[in-house]
Write a protein that binds this ligand. Structure first.
Ligand code: LMR
Length: 333
């Protein structure tokens, strides 16, 4: 009897590892926008696909609306390994010590959807990716969230209308130069602080894609919107290089598949989301929407082209010209 009990106990001990499933790998995905914005929806899709393609070996936790990290903190948290996936705007890479991504903020460079797609699928991106890798950041994909419009508490019709206004910018040195060229006062501010800053007049205006204006309800605290499409919002889906390379190969392959499918979803749906958002903002009646005339657009381009020349000092003429060629942009100097 005793022998039988011992044998049964030993079998139970041996049987445990066979039936117990290893704890899933926790993947924290932090972002600053609403779950209803294109990035929020893509993050949720990524979770579903990642958990499916890794057969439950991974559990993705999504933290929207800056609930885990704000703009300022998230890149450092990724480098330290406290968060595994982010999808920041590439206009926010300055604090990493990678200045090259600011170039995509050159005014009107990527206003056009086709040019933006051409740029981010160009072979030049491989060199830029290396700059991020050198900082311990692995770029997994680029997500194109379309062109920016301006909002403000006064109509922005001609470039002179910006004079003296406090404008929130995302952070890049090019965006700083754009605001200054317009005679405005640039103010770097986290996305999560923007609603209150606009409501209380800490800043007078900002630029953004319509889906963010809608889902953050910024149209409730701004009187005017100008459909200017002067700049672009591109996200880099990034991870911690060391963590990514240390994953079991089957898990990494599953996550990679999820990244690819989520990227197709993002790039297929963001443009529609932004068009729908702009229509809803117009219909809200809460904000005056101004569509630029061709003459106004020409005046904005003429005003902002000097920023391209000024930035030759920062990036080098040759690098800027390579970017023009890669994106198919012809400057109107
Ligand atoms: C912004 O700060 O305006 C955007 O980068 C927010 C975002 O991630 O869409």
């Amino acid at each position: 009897m005793r022998k039988w009990i011992l044998a049964a106990a030993a079998a139970a001990v041996i049987a445990v590892p066979a039936i117990a499933k290893a704890d899933p790998i926790i993947v924290k995905f932090s972002h600053v926008v609403s779950p209803d914005a294109p990035k929020g929806k893509a993050a949720l899709l990524f979770k579903t696909l990642a958990e499916k393609y890794t057969d439950g070996k991974v559990k993705v936790e999504i933290y929207p609306n800056s609930s885990l990290y704000k703009d300022k903190e998230e890149l450092e948290a990724l480098q330290l390994g406290s968060v595994q996936i982010l999808a920041p705007s590439i206009s926010k890479f300055g604090p990493l010590g990678v200045k090259e991504f600011d170039i995509f903020d050159l005014p009107f460079l990527l206003s056009d959807d086709a040019r933006a797609r051409q740029m981010f699928s160009s072979p030049m991106m491989a060199d830029l990716n290396k700059k991020l890798e050198a900082k311990g950041v692995e770029p997994l994909a680029y997500w194109d969230n379309g062109a920016h419009v301006y909002t403000c508490n006064k109509p922005l019709i001609m470039p002179d209308d910006f004079r003296g206004l406090k404008m929130r910018i995302q952070g890049s040195k090019v965006l700083d130069a754009v605001a200054r060229e317009l005679g405005a006062i640039p103010q770097i501010m986290g996305f999560g602080e923007l609603y209150q800053a606009l409501q209380t007049g800490v800043v007078d205006g900002e630029d953004k894609v319509p889906s963010n204006i809608l889902t953050q309800k910024l149209y409730e605290v701004q009187k005017n919107l100008t459909v200017s499409y002067h700049g672009r919002l591109t996200y880099a889906l990034i991870t911690n290089d060391k963590w990514w390379k240390g994953l079991p190969p089957d898990v990494r392959a599953g996550l990679d598949k999820a990244v690819k499918e989520t990227t197709v979803f993002f790039n297929d749906t963001a443009a529609k989301d932004n068009a729908d958002a702009l229509a809803k903002i117009r219909a809200s009646g809460k904000i005056q929407v101004h569509d630029q005339t061709p003459a106004e657009k020409k005046a904005w381009i003429a005003k902002l082209m000097p920023v391209h020349l000024e930035m030759q000092k920062r990036f080098g003429k040759e690098f800027i010209e390579k970017i023009y060629a890669a994106s198919g942009f012809t400057p109107a100097f």
